[in-house]
Ligand binder design. Sequence first.
Ligand code: ITT
Length: 198
Amino acid sequence: MTHHIVLATGNPGKVRELQQLLADADYKISPQSEFDAPEAIEDGLGFVENALIKARSAARHTGLPAIADDSGIAVDALDGAPGIYSARYAGVGASDEQNLNFLLENMRDVDEADRTARFICLMVYVRHAEDPTPIICQGSWEGRLLHEPQGENGFGYDPIFYVPEKGCTSAQLSSEEKNAMSHRGQAIRCLVEHLKNL
Ligand code: ITT
């Protein structure tokens, strides 16, 4: 029987990437929007806590096992900010564009050499809302922040995240190229390996 899993995210960019990344696995994946699941309050102190809050909330609401992704961008020159606050960096309810522009503004006077940053993704799987042994996987992806957005693909901070190995931003990569390298791709591949052993 195909295993049915709810994706505990309200971010359409993540849903798109996760559905592509899980396309070959033998799971039926449904975004939480199909169940009218409420948005969980992410009041954890770190990526792991917030990912678990979201996964447990979606599992509780749907009665299904859940995968959640808590991710963000950590900028060295800003001591790791925005980090877990990446989605609300320019304020609660801010758009991707507002967050990206706020980050560019805060990085305006930072030299090339100090513009290093990384995307981080914590991916968790819970079998049910009270699962005491969740599966937890992590991925991270190194890059540099540009001064201006470039590229139309992806979402969030992709247009200013320069990937040295590719010579372009992650918004200029195809979804296949991004998934092969990204923090999210790394984390979900790790999770799938663990799921096979369940
Ligand atoms: P859910 O909590 O519903 O999953 P969210 O967008 O609020 O959606 P997070 O709290 O995990 O998710 O915030 C992650 C933010 O980090 C996201 O809004 C993006 O701005 C940024 N981000 C994460 N992964 C990214 C990626 O692959 N490319 C660009 N930006 C990314």
